[in-house]
Design a protein around this ligand. Structure first.
Ligand code: IPM
Ligand code: MG
Length: 367
């Protein structure tokens, strides 16, 4: 029996996870996956209940789980809470402690959603990009950091962006591996024109490519140019390999190519240990969206598609992942839309209606 730890978190995280858990439970029963689904509080919800955003017990459960499904964390009511108690601290601690350095964020344009994007259909139709974001280093974790007061009483702030050769080299290797199963093209994205970490990033990625991936077409691109190219000519990209901060920004941009941030799933993976065990956390790329939380309006598909990634990468059930991806595509083809992807002619469905429609479609497609 393997455990899946569900951490719904805050805001719409709860609603979208509820739908994804229904889908997971259906798979578990129908295909005897032998999964135990446990759930716990994280982020603001844990802070409200226990005074900390992530309890030690929860971290232990995360270590023991086969995989984690996380909703979203954060909310304006925590804006003034000290940094290490803020909801986001829980997310960063999970990423760091479990060494989830490889963050896969696929941006796929589903045909029926071509019109939901703010970009012209001919620019985005058929798009399938994978952003690979380094998730455990860079400016998110670099030291020193902080705000201090100078002798004259004015304040100064510092964040540090640090990358070691090891940290760059291991994420580069993942990029080449992933590209090999796709179009064999990697764009490595940094700011080598102004940042030292960018210079090292470029060097190490090139060295790894020479050493282990001469079959992969590697191109280097500056991050500002990449953000523009994503909007101008996104089809040039296959795998985008980038650091923690640029990956955060470029994945939101890529999400909008697909029509809505509500469609983008993600997987965060560690390396494999000696017994082949790999820690993994699956989450939608969107946040907790406090403005629409609790209204049963949110799009659950990013979370449901994150489940599909779980089946692919943690449960070794590519067949079931394909079934789930197809069910999502089918309900979109049937015209089901939450408010974020609806056009004027659609009447939006609720979060729970979309979740149920996915299960109905899975049942139907199985018969
Ligand atoms: C993301 C989010 C997080 C990040 C926040 C919630 C800390 O924006 O996963 O993209 O910045 O990494
Ligand atoms: Mg982000």
């Amino acid at each position: 029996m393997s455990t899946i730890l569900v951490l719904p978190g805050d805001g719409i995280g709860k609603e979208v996870c509820e739908q994804a858990v229904n889908v997971l439970a259906w798979f578990n029963d129908t295909y005897q996956l032998n999964l135990k689904i446990e759930s716990d509080l994280v982020g603001g919800a844990a802070f409200d209940a226990y005074g900390v955003p992530l309890r030690d017990e929860t971290m232990q459960a995360a270590h023991n789980a086969k995989a984690i499904l996380l909703g979203a964390v954060g909310g304006p009511q925590y804006d003034n809470v000290e940094r290490d108690k803020r909801p986001e601290a829980a997310l960063l601690a999970l990423r760091k402690e479990l060494d989830l350095f490889a963050n896969l964020r696929p941006a796929i344009v589903f045909d029926p959603l071509v019109d939901a994007s703010s970009l012209k259909p001919e620019i985005i139709k058929g798009l399938d990009i994978l952003i690979l974001r380094e998730l455990t280093a860079g400016v998110y974790f670099g030291l020193p950091r902080g705000i201090s007061t100078l002798d004259d009483g004015s304040r100064t702030a510092v964040d540090s962006c640090t990358y070691s050769e090891f940290e760059i080299s291991r994420i580069a290797d993942v990029a080449f591996d992933l590209a090999r199963k796709r179009q064999k093209r990697v764009h490595s994205v940094e700011k080598a024109n102004v940042m030292e970490t960018g210079v090292l990033w470029r060097d190490v990625v090139s060295e790894r490519q020479q050493k282990i991936a001469t079959d992969i077409d590697l191109q280097h691109m500056l991050a500002d140019n990449c953000s523009m190219q994503l909007l101008k000519h996104p089809h040039q990209f296959d795998v985008i390999l980038t650091d923690n901060l640029f990956g955060d920004m470029l994945s939101d941009t890529a999400a909008m190519l697909t029509g809505s941030l509500g469609m983008l799933p993600s997987a965060s993976l560690s390396g494999k240990n000696a017994e082949g065990k790999q820690a993994a956390m699956y989450e939608p790329v969107h946040g907790s969206a406090p403005d629409i939380a609790g209204q049963n309006k949110a799009n659950p598909l990013a979370t449901i598609l994150s489940l599909s990634m779980m089946m692919r990468y943690s449960l070794d059930r590519i067949d079931l992942a394909d079934n789930l991806d197809k069910a999502v595509n089918d309900i979109l083809n049937d015209g089901l839309r939450t408010f974020d992807t609806a056009t004027e002619k659609d009447s939006p469905s609720s979060c729970s209606e979309v979740g149920q429609a996915v299960i109905d479609k899975l049942k139907n497609n199985k018969e």
